[in-house]
Design a protein around this ligand. Structure first.
Ligand code: ADP
Length: 465
């Protein structure tokens, strides 16, 4: 494995999760064993003390019934029965002088503890001690106690058997725990890899998306867990990016297509005049036409720039307190002559004041586009009504309604797209950017535009802000 790969593995989440898993498992198991070990040791010690106390009671009742002489043979017999390397008995006077014992060959190193005898005499209660004999693996538990008037018994028991048992227990445990730790590391690694497999899929998809197509999506596993949520958020983000990229592509296609026509027209006008034109009047007419076409072109480019800027949120649109009623009245005055030319009944119904915080220039553009369209697409003698109201929830509703040519159902889903124009309006001037701009402005103000229309029955555009 290369060093880079090794570093990556060490940094990986799966590796660290595995370490945590194995670490916590090891610590918990050790703690459990330690507690078990302490418990067993205490039980064993308690058992030894119990055995010694039983011996003490046995000799005390023997002395009480048969006197001190009888204990000699019983001590030897008891030591032999229990095992001479396991038990010993020593009988002393309260001054510490030994007057009798079992076979002490194996117990040479066990001395008489004067302090224990003093403590026994003082308290009158049995005294325990633990003695470690050099070069022996186990310790010896000893009990001092009175078994008759002035007669003390020192009885000892080797804990070798228990020590051996505890040593075996330790070995078994260490082996078991070692096995468990290895298994825990493997299980932890497997579980971490399994839990994080979704992340790897997201990463793989992200990588292939940057290389290939935007249409790829991370498959959901249907578990509705954190990984699924990550994948679904990631997919949502991809949806948005795809829409944005498609929108940009569409726009650049449209721009290329729609700029081509006016430029071709300008070129055509210039070409015809240059090849056939003879008089100054003809050249003047060519100049005027070229200026007119160029103005249209500039208007179109400017509108596209405004839409792009508002959509991209470049140079955060400045907002100010303004009165929408005044804005609408001004629009009415502005478009009144145009409506009058077509003999259109143009009405404007607005409240005395409607304060709103928005961008003056953009709102004026939006209203102008809607009113301009309404008059443009309404035949002679028609009707255009402008109204403004505020809902109970505080939203502002602006409606531009006409009884003009209306819009066919097939055009409705596309009407707000850039450069989209309905077939029946091709005879009218326009480039198909007005409604797109109006909706962009409404949305930049946190609102939207809806449309209700049918062919021949007019159209009603409602802006909610
Ligand atoms: P333009 O008016 O420059 O063509 P717009 O974006 O303003 O572009 O409008 C797009 C299209 O929607 C128009 O070409 C027209 O077909 C249709 N339209 C807009 N407003 C109305 C209306 N009030 N009545 C009927 N059709 C309309």
């Amino acid at each position: 494995m290369s060093s880079k790969k090794a570093i990556n593995l060490r940094r990986s989440l799966a590796f660290r999760l595995t370490l945590w898993y194995a670490g916590i498992f090891t610590a918990t198991t050790f703690l459990a064993f330690f507690l078990l070990y302490v418990l067993i040791t205490q039980v064993i010690e308690g058992q030894t003390d119990q055995d010694l106390a039983n011996q003490m009671r046995k000799f005390a009742s023997l002395v009480a019934v048969e006197g001190t002489e009888s204990i000699r043979s019983v001590a030897i017999a008891e030591a032999q029965a229990g095992g001479v390397k396991k038990f010993f008995f020593r009988f002393l006077y309260h001054n510490g002088q030994v007057f009798h014992s079992s076979n002490m060959d194996y117990w040479q190193d066990i001395k008489i503890n004067r302090d224990a005898i003093v403590a026994l005499i003082k308290s009158g209660r049995p005294v325990f001690e633990t003695v470690i004999i050099d070069k022996r693996t186990s310790d010896v538990r000893i009990l001092y106690g009175f078994i008759g008037r002035g007669v003390i018994l020192q009885v000892g028991q080797s804990r070798e058997e228990y020590s051996r048992f505890l040593a075996v227990l330790r070995d078994v445990f260490i082996l078991t725990v070692a096995g468990f730790i290895i298994a825990a590391a493997f299980i932890g690694w497997f579980m971490a890899r399994r839990a994080l497999s979704g992340v790897a899929t997201v990463t793989a998809t992200a990588r292939s998306i940057s290389r290939d197509a935007l249409t790829m999506r991370v498959p959901l596993r249907g578990r509705d867990d954190e990984i699924d949520q990550l994948a679904s958020t990631f997919n949502d983000m991809l949806d948005r990016i795809e829409r944005l990229v498609m929108g940009m592509k569409e726009m650049s296609d449209n721009i290329a297509h729609d700029l081509k026509s006016p430029v071709t027209r300008i070129r055509g006008i210039a070409e015809i005049t240059l090849t056939t034109g003879k008089t100054v009047d003809e050249f003047e007419a060519m100049g005027a036409s070229i200026i007119e076409e160029s103005d249209r072109l500039l208007e179109m480019i400017n509108t596209m720039l405004v839409i792009s800027r508002i959509e991209a949120g470049v140079g955060a649109v400045e907002k100010e307190e303004l009165d929408l009623s005044i804005l609408l009245r001004e629009a009415c005055e502005l478009f009144h002559p145009m409506a009058e030319d077509k003999n259109i009944d143009f009405t404007c119904q607005v409240p005395s004041a409607c304060v709103y915080s928005g961008n003056l220039g953009n709102l004026q553009r939006m209203i102008a586009n809607l009113v301009d369209n309404a008059i443009k697409y309404t035949p002679q003698g028609g009707r255009v009504a402008l109204s403004l109201s505020r809902t109970a929830a505080g939203a502002v509703t602006l409606e531009v309604k006409d009884n003009g040519i209306g819009i066919a159902a097939k055009d409705l889903p596309h009407i707000f797209e850039r450069f989209y124009r309905c077939d029946q309006s091709r005879s009218q001037e326009g480039v198909g950017l007005g409604l797109s701009l109006a909706r962009t402005i409404a949305r930049a103000h946190g609102g939207d535009i809806t449309l209700a229309s049918a062919p021949g029955e007019g159209a009603a555009f409602t802006v909610t802000l």
